[in-house]
Design a protein around this ligand. Sequence first.
Ligand code: GAR
Length: 220
Amino acid sequence: TVGRMDRWDMSRMPAFSDPSQQNQSDQTPLRIGVMASGNGSNFEALAQAIDAGTLAAEIRLLVVNNPGCGAQQRAQRLGIPCTVLDHRVLRERERLDQALVDCFRSAAVEVIVMAGWMRIVTPVLINGFADRLVNIHPSLLPSFKGLDGIGQALAAGVKITGCSVHLVTAELDGGPILAQAAVPVEERDTHTSLSERVHQAEHRLLPEAINAMIPVWRQG
Ligand code: GAR
């Protein structure tokens, strides 16, 4: 379900019912930056949605923290610029986050998407892109925050889990939820099989949620 922002500040919402209230002036693609640590399938799903015309955006830059990771290889194949900011080199979280802000500002990025970014972020990044930093998490938040949302769901024995797209605030995985998709847990599910189905849901949900937010970001 996309667009359930009832727990968020509704005054930020454009008046969809009144076209005159919408900012029609900027129809250019939303300039997004992506952060990834691993395989990068969500990053590629964003690129595919852009190609398919369902996400009115362009990916200006991918930043990865693990040199040679799947996301970096995908960027190479897709011809999308990629910068490596290795957390083993930029050891302090704030320094890493300042470097991220600098990179994305240089690339004129309007919105950042954390697509499998497995580092805790600090106010340096959160405040640098306030209300413009999006995360995807593999659970129905507020359940199963933190590491291994899939494993946590299996351990808890829930019959339904899923994925959430949310704005990033100082509270870990606790920012306003933009969209969620439910995924039933089957009796025979393993970590691998459930993770696969949650990923499929993520690949649909993330581009859809970002596209739905474009009028909000462009108005603000
Ligand atoms: C995704 O399932 C995403 O929800 C999760 O990492 C995976 C990355 O997959 N993110 C988190 O757990 C953040 N705490 P991908 O590299 O194939 O896109």
